[in-house]
Design a protein around this ligand. Structure first.
Ligand code: ADP
Length: 346
């Protein structure tokens, strides 16, 4: 069969090529990598059962790329993925694995796949994990399919990544509770939400909780505006406010902001860091629905695609994109949402 990717190399005897007749795929493996996200289990369940439906055996790899390197492979059957749809986290466990950025460890990972007679790999994870999958594909031409799984919703090419909706729902519920106490004690709160470089959670949560202000890691913090906005509220009788802070790369940045507001403007505030709470919990119906479809589509994709790809959900439709695009930066702040928050909090 003519090879589609001439720039790749493979020194192994049992060469596996993307786009091979789907009949030659007998075993596939699945792993979760990077930050965990509610709904990953739904994607695992859907991928495993869709593969079994097509007569393919599935192996679960524990702890992401680490398990791939260590040969931590476990057979999965339809019962192994029973009763997990509603569970947060991932039954396969996840990890960050610095070794996988080195060629010699990726070679070990490849050798383990070949040793276990696996012909396709499904990776559920964020930007980093999908980038790793692309690197792996380029070196070994091993068939890979990515499923976007990240609470940060920052993966290029897809409007949605698994876990985002649940994380937003969790934050909104928490902030509604904080509102009650903020109102009762007439306090200002800085509520810090996860999101690494991504503003997505902070923006959506800001709108849904009627936040008075929003602080994003990549934007310069305009302390004077924050204080002006609070004073404007106070003049019309408002006695408490919620400011959403996106943590960026620095969990706890809210304490710095709190100190500056107090020292420079004599503005008192309380800090609440939601942190890892946003990663946990039972996935929302939306996450279950999207993850189930992405999981199932990943199997069609690995059987039929001639290119390494990841499943995307864009403009209300599922499709796939070449996995090289998952590498692109996708952390633009939606100014329209920022404007909306400002407009609605006057
Ligand atoms: P996420 O997938 O949630 O964005 P990370 O960015 O931490 O999380 O990436 C998860 C893992 O993916 C890393 O620990 C590493 O094993 C792998 N990875 C990330 N970038 C690369 C890369 N350029 N090459 C190879 N592997 C990578």
């Amino acid at each position: 069969m003519a090879h589609l990717f001439s720039n790749t190399f493979n020194t192994h005897r049992r060469k596996i090529e993307m786009g091979k007749n789907s009949k030659s795929i007998k075993n596939i493996a699945i792993l979760c990598s990077g930050g965990d996200a509610p709904g990953m289990n739904c994607a695992i369940r859907a991928a495993v059962r869709s593969a079994i439906f097509k007569g393919i055996k599935v192996w679960g790899i524990k702890k992401g790329y680490q398990g791939l390197i260590n040969g931590d492979f476990h057979p999965l059957n339809r019962q192994s993925v029973g009763n997990i749809l509603h569970r947060g986290g991932t039954i396969l466990l996840s990890s960050r694995c610095p070794e996988f950025t080195q060629k010699k460890y990726r070679q070990k990972a490849y050798d383990n796949l070949i040793k276990n007679d696996i012909q396709g790999l499904v990776i559920i994870g964020g930007n980093g994990s999908l980038t790793g999958a692309y690197t792996f594909f380029k070196e070994f031409n091993f068939p890979v399919v990515g499923i976007p799984g990240s609470i940060d919703n920052d993966i290029y090419g897809t409007d949605y990544s698994i876990g985002f909706n649940t994380a937003v729902e969790t934050a909104v519920e928490a902030i509604d509770r904080i509102r009650d106490t903020a109102f009762s004690h007439e306090r200002n709160f800085l509520v810090e939400v996860m999101g690494r470089k991504s503003p997505a959670i902070a923006l959506e949560v800001g709108v849904c909780t009627g936040a008075e202000n929003i602080i994003l890691p990549q934007e310069k913090i305009d302390y004077e505006k924050i204080v002006r906005d609070i004073e404007r509220g106070t003049k019309r009788g408002k006695k408490s406010s919620i400011i959403i802070v996106a943590e960026g790369n620095q969990t706890g940045i809210s304490y710095e902001i709190q100190n500056k507001l107090l020292k420079n403007y004599n503005l008192h505030s309380h800090v609440c860091i939601l942190g890892h709470i946003l990663r946990g919990g039972s996935p929302s119906a939306q996450d279950r629905f999207i993850a189930s479809q992405m999981g199932s589509l990943s199997i069609n994709q690995i059987l039929t695609s001639k290119t390494p790809s990841y499943i995307v959900y864009a403009k209300n439709e599922f499709s796939s994109k070449h996995i090289r695009y998952a590498k692109k930066d996708h952390n633009k702040t939606d100014k329209k949402i920022l404007d909306l928050i400002a407009k609605l909090s006057i």
